[in-house]
Design a protein around this ligand. Structure first.
Ligand code: PLP
Length: 384
């Protein structure tokens, strides 16, 4: 049976295979996780139950429940300095759907989409699925894995339609500085190009760093589609509530495509998400404090282990560790650690070809588990 060529866009995933392996091997410790290990806030699960039992079992409007979009408009103004009306916001099934709808709305087949490399695993296959050409921009450790504006300029051609930016970043934990964002803003205006800015980890920020939304910079509102989510900030991955904010015209077009995707994010969970916005900030603070404690531990433990070093992440819950001194490829290194230490790390190459020589280490795992996993890795690596 002939299937579509575009199925090749998704590619092979080491992450998926290793997580499947984890199910049947309980002795393995995973430092590979890409989602919070905390449960959703209690007030949110109570609210969700309440809305489900009150019969909120119908579709929501394509653009999302109005009361949620109103609450989001206030949140965006207060926390991100993005001034948007509810008409400039669309609620989606996680921010992943928002990213896809944004790409569907802004690109045509053959257009070039600049994607960070190493960068979040979804951007490349999404662009390819839409018959666009993903163009990797090399993010270098010496630049703290931020976009280098000169490199960005060089990659822009007459076919470039979209630039994807992710801050705080997965897999590197990098929080983009205001200076770099301002330089990117100048390029967007000069070249008349839209940026798709993924801010999934906006609330997971440490060491006094500050998350800045590109859309909040002077004159940027028309050039930026911002996506955010309840998944990471409020540990609500399974609720599948995310959103995008952009000009009314872009949001209107994204809404049209929603008929082809999910129609609406779950109605009861959209309403529960309002509870998260209104009452869950103390819980977010508590999670952030615990992530910061784990980050400190992991930082110290990586320092103690030969042949691997750490970068200087200030956000998300990842280190992007340089493993070049082990003389192994990323995939070989992670296979070795999995086989000998029974610990899952993610090869840097899962995030693009420029991730070679690195491994992503997640601290969305319990403090004690991180300690034990690093003991095991130390044991194995001192024997190389
Ligand atoms: N963006 C980044 C950078 C992510 O790491 C993820 C999930 O891992 C997402 C977006 C998608 O999250 P969700 O669809 O749950 O909002």
């Amino acid at each position: 049976m002939r299937l579509a060529h575009r199925i090749k866009a998704a590619g092979h995933s080491w992450i998926e295979e290793s997580l499947r392996f984890l199910e049947s091997h309980p002795e393995i410790i995973s430092l590979g996780a890409g989602e919070p290990d905390f449960p959703a806030p209690k007030n949110v699960s109570v609210a969700a139950k309440k809305f489900l039992s009150r019969g909120f079992s119908h579709y929501a409007p394509l653009q999302g429940r109005h009361e949620l979009r109103e609450a989001l408009a206030k949140k965006l103004k207060r926390e991100n300095k993005i001034h948007a009306t509810p008409e400039e916001i669309i609620v989606t099934c996680g921010s992943k759907e928002a990213l896809l709808l944004a790409m569907m709305t802004t690109t045509d087949p053959g257009d070039e989409v600049i994607v960070p490399d190493p960068g979040y695993v979804a951007y490349r296959p999404m662009a390819k699925t839409l018959n666009c050409v993903p163009v990797p921009i090399h993010l270098r450790e010496e630049d703290n894995f931020e976009i280098h504006p000169d490199e960005l300029k060089k990659l822009i051609t007459k076919n470039t339609r979209l630039i994807t930016i992710n801050t705080p970043s997965n897999p590197t934990g990098t929080v983009f500085s205001k200076k770099i964002l301002e330089e990117i803003a100048d390029i967007l205006v000069e070249k008349n190009i839209i940026a798709l800015v993924d801010e999934a980890y906006e609330k997971l920020i440490y060491d006094g760093a500050k998350h800045i939304s590109l859309a909040s910079l002077n004159g940027m509102k028309d050039y930026v589609i911002t996506t955010q989510t309840f998944s990471k900030s409020y540990a609500m991955c399974g609720y599948r509530v995310g959103y995008a904010v952009a000009t009314e015209k872009i949001i209107r077009e994204m809404k049209e495509f929603k008929i082809c995707t999910t129609l609406s994010a779950p109605t009861a969970f959209q309403l529960a998400a309002i509870d998260a916005l209104k009452k869950s900030e103390p819980y977010v603070k508590k999670m952030r404090k615990e992530y910061a404690r784990r980050k400190k531990l992991l930082h110290k433990r990586i320092d103690e282990i030969p042949n691997i070093t750490h970068n200087k992440p200030k956000g998300a819950f990842y280190f992007f560790s340089n493993i070049k001194e082990t003389k192994m490829s990323s995939e070989k290194f992670c296979n070795h650690v999995l086989e000998k230490a029974k610990v899952i790390l993610i090869p840097g190459t899962e995030f693009g070809k420029f991730g070679e020589g690195y491994a992503r280490i997640s601290y969305a795992a319990a403090y004690d588990k991180i300690g034990e996993a690093m003991d095991r890795i130390e044991n194995v690596l001192t024997k190389i």
